[in-house]
Ligand binder design. Structure first.
Ligand code: PHE
Length: 336
């Protein structure tokens, strides 16, 4: 019996099989049990010998099945672990994730640049009134320069701001004459324009510094540093005399760009310069309107076109692509 049992236990390859064996040998109707039950028919001399033998065989089979059981359980666990293990070197199934609009990417980079120069970021309302958008900026109702910016009016009083310059006035009035003022203000502005380089909605980043002894050289140095941080150390800037009612003197500022023939050269003009911003020294009337004494303090201001910077950076030719909502445009900037 023991020999047969040993063989069968050895070859049992599953717990179920082993269990069957256990029943066959040790169960109520199993071979050993039957044997022990038959002891009554033996002679008194044979009984203890057979009893001892039968019990030894029983114990042997018991311990063998226990060992095998442990082994099979362990094996089953190992198989399970092996089956359920994940091969992390397999390529994953990619998820579709969104991307930032290139204007957001550029806006944040511009903000970072000015934060690194010690500027604070402030925001102003998109719906303005004539005082902040025009009057306080030295543009009285009769001023012809109001035509420069074709305005969307909401009511007689309220309008969509045509530039971020009203934030200059709001900031200075809030500061109540305290120095220094050193802010940038990004945001959307609105004009009745619609062509490849003008969109009815676009974004500017306004800058304003007011303190004692501020000069045009500070303005130029700041803008050069900005241009080089955004576009690379080799960049140059060029100031052209211009006119804004709220700055005197005023300038339009170009950044050098790489000229190339034909297509694929983005927004760089034939001259090798691209206009990206308007700037100047804060007009004495604006300082006065906002509670500062123009005899004691000076300031410079600038308004950078965020789309212009993005067009230059990414070689985009039509400003309206930024606002088309075309997923093929935004897909190119995922992860950027
Ligand atoms: N507000 C001007 C514009 O919209 C830009 C500007 C800002 C010019 C600040 C001078 C100073 O074009």
């Amino acid at each position: 019996i023991l020999q047969a049992a040993k063989k069968e236990i050895d070859s049992a390859s599953s717990l179920a099989q082993l269990n069957e064996l256990k029943v066959n040998y040790l169960g109520k109707k199993g071979e050993i049990t039957t044997l022990l039950r038959q002891m009554g028919s033996l002679s008194p001399e044979e009984r203890p010998v057979m009893g001892k033998l039968a019990n030894e065989v029983k114990e042997e089979i018991q311990s063998l099945t226990e060992k095998k059981e442990d082994y099979l359980k362990q094996k089953e666990l190992e198989d399970k672990l092996l089956k359920e293990s994940i091969d992390i070197t397999l390529p994953g199934t990619g998820r579709n994730i969104g991307g930032l609009n290139p204007l957001t990417i550029v806006k944040r980079a511009m903000e970072e640049t000015f934060i690194s120069m010690g500027y604070e970021i402030v925001e102003g309302p998109e719906i303005e009134n004539e005082f902040y958008n025009f009057e306080a900026l030295n543009l009285p109702a009769t001023h012809p320069a109001r035509d420069m910016q074709d305005t969307f009016y909401i009511t007689d009083e309220f309008l969509l701001r045509t530039h971020t310059s009203p934030v200059q006035v709001r900031t200075m009035l809030k500061k109540e004459g305290k120095l220094p003022v050193k802010i940038v203000s990004p945001g959307r502005v609105f004009r009745k324009d619609d062509d490849p380089t003008h969109s009815p909605v676009f974004q500017q980043l306004e800058g304003l510094v007011v303190d004692e002894n501020i000069t045009m050289a500070d303005l130029k140095g700041t803008l050069l540093l900005f241009a080089q941080k955004m576009f690379g150390k080799d960049k140059k800037i060029r100031l052209r005399p211009s006119y804004f009612p709220f700055t005197e003197p005023s300038a339009e500022v170009d950044i050098s760009c790489i000229m190339c023939d034909g297509d694929g050269c983005g927004t760089c003009s034939q001259t090798g310069w691209v206009e990206i911003l308007g700037a100047g020294m804060v007009h004495p009337n604006v300082l006065k309107n906002a509670g500062y004494d123009p005899n004691k303090v000076q300031g410079f201001a600038f308004g950078i076109g965020i789309e212009r910077v993005a067009m230059l950076k990414y070689g985009v030719k039509d400003i309206r692509d930024f606002y088309s909502g075309d997923i093929r445009v935004s897909k190119q900037f995922i992860g950027g």
